[in-house]
Design a protein around this ligand. Structure first.
Ligand SMILES: Cc1ncc(COP(=O)(O)O)c(C=O)c1O
Length: 441
């Protein structure tokens, strides 16, 4: 059954004519996604795809989750919009629910609509709380598209601003397999964290905050070594620098815990959340401890922040996650898929490393000569699409096959994902790749 009136070719023509050229897409011949249900999306011809990327880590509770859709729709019929300057129940219930869902003293929320906006707000809050102006980010970071958050984005692929802000300092990302010092963990004593101390010492009384993801998503699903964030937090405390954890991808049970930072013995001062909070509706927040939040007294408002429809969806997300123990589910299913990826690695030397936690997994593809297997990954994406499976790609070199399926993935769906991956790797005719497939983006 055809569900789309405009063909993919016609839509591509509209895209070429009316969207900014920067808006790129996956696949040589992209399909039109018209419907989603659970872990699947469907194209214009009714073909089903197992969505192992969840619209980049958004649909943690599955596409069009009925329980969430039901309460969101009910709210849509009741009250669609009132901004933060009025009292509305969903926003305040959500703030209380988030404080309960988060550990420790992270009690105060400010709602907005995107991850970029949440990070930008967190940075402003850090400036207000410390009276300082500079920031430290990691070299493989991505934190958004606003002026400041784009400036905090270290990955060259995503850095478009020719004149980024000057108050940002980069420290090496903790990637043990590509250690810039050629050291081995743990004998290295986590030397990369010392870069943060060096920046703090070179810029005395200037650094307001350090921002990082608990597991680096766009940098290629990089899990820092044990002790990294603990060492970083000790350095930050010594220098009066706040810690901001960007939970855009790692939040809401994705990594097997409610939040990624809970894998470490740290207490962030500010946490930013977006993506999976709305399961597809645009809602984000920066959430701080009472102590940090109390300095933000000048008027702050956001037109769509805490919008009742989005807040109701987010309340549905939190309820569903707790009821279905999605943190535990992500851990169990993620462990199974990880084991299959490791088995695949033993069969295919192209896979240099399997990384990640829970259902945030990556396989870095590198050729025998050490170069990033970019074209091979593009070919795999095409093969998998033909098999009815959508996966992602990340990493500064765009050579990390990335899996972030909905956390409601069933055992049978996980098995299908793994067998499809095995089939796609088996079919990959490496020598033909550059000529036959070419570079997609
Ligand atoms: C880690 C991280 N932070 C921030 C953002 C920006 O979020 P948004 O696209 O909602 O502005 C993203 C987007 O992918 C992200 O992955």
């Amino acid at each position: 059954m055809t569900e789309q009136t405009l063909t993919p070719e016609k839509l591509l023509a509209l895209k070429a004519q009316y969207l900014m050229p920067c808006v790129y897409h996956f696949y040589r011949k992209p399909m039109v996604i018209v419907r989603g249900e659970g872990c699947h999306v469907y194209d214009q011809d009714g073909k089903a795809y197992l969505d192992a990327y969840s619209g980049v880590g958004v649909n943690n509770c599955g596409h069009c989750n009925p329980a969430i859709v039901e309460r969101t729709t009910a709210q849509l019929h009741k009250l669609q919009h009132m901004t933060t300057i009025y009292l509305t129940e969903p926003m305040l219930k959500l703030a209380a629910a988030l404080a309960a869902f988060l550990p420790g003293k992270l009690n105060r929320s400010f709602f907005c609509t995107s991850g970029s906006e949440a990070n930008e707000g967190a940075l402003l809050l850090a400036k207000l709380a410390t009276g300082k102006n500079d920031f430290i980010a990691l070299s493989r970071s991505l934190h958004g598209r606003t002026y400041l958050t784009a400036g905090l984005t270290g990955i060259a692929f995503w850095r478009s601003d020719p004149q980024p802000p000057q108050n940002i300092h980069f420290a090496a990302s903790p990637v043990c397999s590509q250690c810039p010092y050629q050291l081995q963990y743990p004998a290295c004593h986590i030397r990369c964290a010392d870069e943060i101390e060096a920046i703090a010492e070179q810029q005395p009384q200037r650094i307001a905050a350090f921002i990082a993801e608990p597991i680096n998503g766009n940098g290629g699903i990089v899990v820092p070594p044990d002790g990294y964030f603990e060492k970083v937090q000790a350095i930050l405390k010594k220098h009066g620098i706040l810690m901001i954890m960007d939970e855009a991808q790692t939040g809401f049970c994705r990594t097997g815990k409610r939040f990624g930072f809970q894998h470490y013995a740290i207490e962030p001062d500010i946490v930013t959340v977006c993506k999976a909070l709305g399961n597809g509706l645009p809602i984000s927040a920066f959430i701080a401890t009472d102590a940090v939040a109390e300095c933000y007294t000048r008027p702050g408002a956001s037109t769509f922040g805490g919008n009742p429809v989005c807040a109701e969806a987010a309340l549905g997300v939190l309820a569903f996650m707790q009821e279905h123990e999605l943190d535990e589910k992500a851990c169990v299913t993620g462990t199974l898929i990880r084991a299959r990826l490791l088995r695949l690695q033993r069969q295919h030397p192209l896979i240099r490393e399997v990384r990640g936690r829970g259902l945030m997994l990556g396989a870095e593809l590198v050729r025998a000569d050490g170069s990033p297997a970019v074209e091979e990954l593009d070919a795999l994406l095409e093969h998998l699409k033909d098999l009815g499976v959508l996966v992602g790609k990340t990493g500064p070199e765009r050579n990390v096959l990335t899996l972030m399926p909905p956390l409601v993935l069933s055992g049978a769906e996980a098995k299908y994902l793994c067998t499809s991956l095995e089939q796609a790797f088996a079919e990959l005719a490496i020598t033909e790749v550059p000529t036959v497939i070419g570079r997609v983006c």
